[in-house]
Design a protein around this ligand. Structure first.
Ligand code: PMP
Length: 294
């Protein structure tokens, strides 16, 4: 992924893609003192950019560091890096990490760096996603919020996701579904989940994993449609009650799920409606947004 043309924004400057390298003794690498975001631009517009930037800044604060750029500077840089790479429909990946000044658990005086990259990335489950993806319930669970800073989009927490996704893939599943520390349904390795039970939308309470920006968007879209949304701790046995299941995340967008372990689902009307409503919302041009607001 490092050997290609293009530019990456790094601490205030655009540098060639191939030169965007960090030293091997970076604190972020050894101790996972890094936070990141995943954003998507549609037609040149980064969807919910302000919310992502605020979450990035807050993720850093939760790990005890201040990113040395304002939200406005980060927003501007995100568009700069897209322009430098001639992108309008793209994924945007900011990452902040502790540098090389100290290499020990205590790292109060390390410099905080910020880089932003952007590249073309169609829906990460691919064109076939509309048929529905398959999930395997993972052995590893989301940690208790007093055990890890679960509200931060912290690089270290993704160790659980990588382990779980590799195990799921080894068994022929698309992705893993991670349970919460106490055994309720949680999230996939990169998206939140929704169940349709008798016409109502049920979604786990995000008290030990990310309260996704897409999750909140989908909940708002459902309410606009008059679909009742219930947030609750959902035991895995309720999968037997669900007619439809789908995932929601920036990279995943709205993706139907057709199987979780031995439970099978048929992507249905509510999933389709919300999938199309989400597409209509993100694909809206700035002119459309202005018209709506007027
Ligand atoms: N959970 C995890 C583990 C994720 O990586 C993501 C993607 N950021 C989400 C949920 C969904 O969050 P969002 O809708 O803000 O992209």
């Amino acid at each position: 992924f490092d050997d290609r043309d293009g530019f990456i924004w790094w601490d205030g400057k655009l540098i060639p893609w191939r030169d965007a390298k960090i030293h091997v003794l970076s604190h972020g690498l050894h101790y996972a003192s890094a936070v990141f975001e995943g954003e998507r631009a549609y037609g040149g517009n980064i969807f919910k950019l302000q919310a992502h930037t605020e979450r990035l800044i807050n993720s850093g604060k939760i790990l005890g560091f201040d990113i040395p750029f304002t939200a406005d500077e980060i927003n501007k840089a995100s568009y700069e890096v897209m322009a430098a790479n001639n992108l309008t429909d793209a994924y945007v990946r900011p990452i902040a990490w502790r540098g090389t000044e100290q290499l020990a658990v205590s790292a109060q005086h390390t410099k905080i760096h910020l880089a932003i990259a952007s590249w073309n990335w169609p829906n990460f489950f691919g064109a076939d996603r509309l048929k529905g993806v398959t999930l395997q319930i993972a052995e590893w669970r989301r940690p208790h919020p007093l055990t890890a800073p679960t509200a931060s989009k912290a690089a270290g927490l993704y160790m659980i996701g990588t382990l779980s996704k590799h195990a799921a893939e080894a068994n022929g599943f698309t992705d893993a579904l991670m349970l919460t520390w106490n055994g309720y349904l949680g999230e996939s390795t990169g998206a939140n989940m929704f169940l349709v039970i008798d016409g109502k939308l049920h979604t786990p309470i995000p008290d030990c994993f990310l309260d996704g920006i897409t999750r909140r968007t989908v909940m708002a879209l459902a309410k606009t449609r008059g679909i009742e949304v219930i947030e609750r701790h959902i035991p895995p046995e309720d999968l037997a009650l669900a007619q439809e299941v789908f995932l929601a995340g920036t990279a995943a967008e709205v993706t139907p799920v057709r199987q979780i372990n031995h439970h099978h689902f048929t992507p249905g009307k509510i999933t389709e409606t919300l999938l199309h409503d989400y597409e209509a919302l993100v694909l809206m041009t700035p002119e459309d947004v202005a018209k709506r607001a007027a």
